[in-house]
Design a binder for this molecule. Sequence first.
Ligand code: MTE
Ligand code: MO
Length: 326
Amino acid sequence: MLILKPADIPSSEITPESIYLNRRQFMGRSLLAASVLTIGKQALAETDMALRDLSFKPVTKDKASGYYTDETLTPYEDVARYNNFYEFGTGKGDPAKYAHELTTDPWSIKVEGHVEKPGEYALEDILAKLDIEERVYRLRCVEAWSMVIPWVGFSLASMIQQFQPTAKAKYVQFETLYRPKEMRGQRSRTSSIDWPYVEGLRMDEAMNPLSFMATGLYGKQLPNQNGAPLRLVVPWKYGFKSIKSIVKIRFVEREPATTWNMLQASEYGFYANVNPDVDHPRWSQKSERRLPSTLFSPNRILTEPFNGYGEQVASLYKGMDLSKFY
Ligand SMILES: Nc1nc2c(c(=O)[nH]1)N[C@H]1C(S)=C(S)[C@@H](COP(=O)(O)O)O[C@H]1N2
Ligand SMILES: [Mo]
């Protein structure tokens, strides 16, 4: 395959970040092709190259909103190759290897429960009414690694408003696609997860302006392994709350069941707010490995309460004992 590189950038400097920053000056597609091919994983390269450019309002570089951080972005290849998406296997490399088996078009979302406008919506009809924007968020996995990712999408609140929840809607539950034919992890007999993957938020958490639905990252459509075509991003909570490939949204009165909580309630609570003071029973949560992280440069940093978004969200939990509601 032909590898195109713009002559004026030394290949050593073709990082996903420089691609991202230069995409409007150069031919974005050939640059992406060059960088992805150097990763060496042919299957990923081909599927990622086919990802469409999205149009969106670039992030405003205002840190006070929480929508932006100037920390170094995690390179594209780490974001798209080191994943948790158990529907495709439990290894960090499995989603990038197998998620291309999933078809994401057509896609629709079922909306149920306490809403004025329940029904099944085609994803493009939902998107047509929303302002697509960019957010640069930290994502902190419960396994104590983290990334900084430039997402593209829209606020969860703006989507929820379309469905007009009633006063009885106290929580919202999300459900991932169940399609074992295309999701090999769902066919695995050793998996202990009771599919489909489900997650949930309290209504005020869902309506907080930081709660985000992503349709893309690094200016492109979401790679399947990152939860295409639509996934949640809740930056102050552990990564497992950020459910991928959503097909159902249900508005309910009581705290809904969530996958990791059902699997091991003593380790994974409903709230799952990032909290360096509450250790996971099997490991500390005081610090994290910011990816890329290697044996020789582990890039370990201290974890902040609410993943650094305390100013925006701490008030949601006023009066709650966060070691009890972990
Ligand atoms: N449906 C589904 N969503 C999921 C998961 C999963 O296994 N299945 N893993 C979660 C976990 S543990 C993390 S850390 C993030 C990882 O998102 P990323 O791979 O885009 O970085 O996705 C979350 N969403
Ligand atoms: Mo995670």
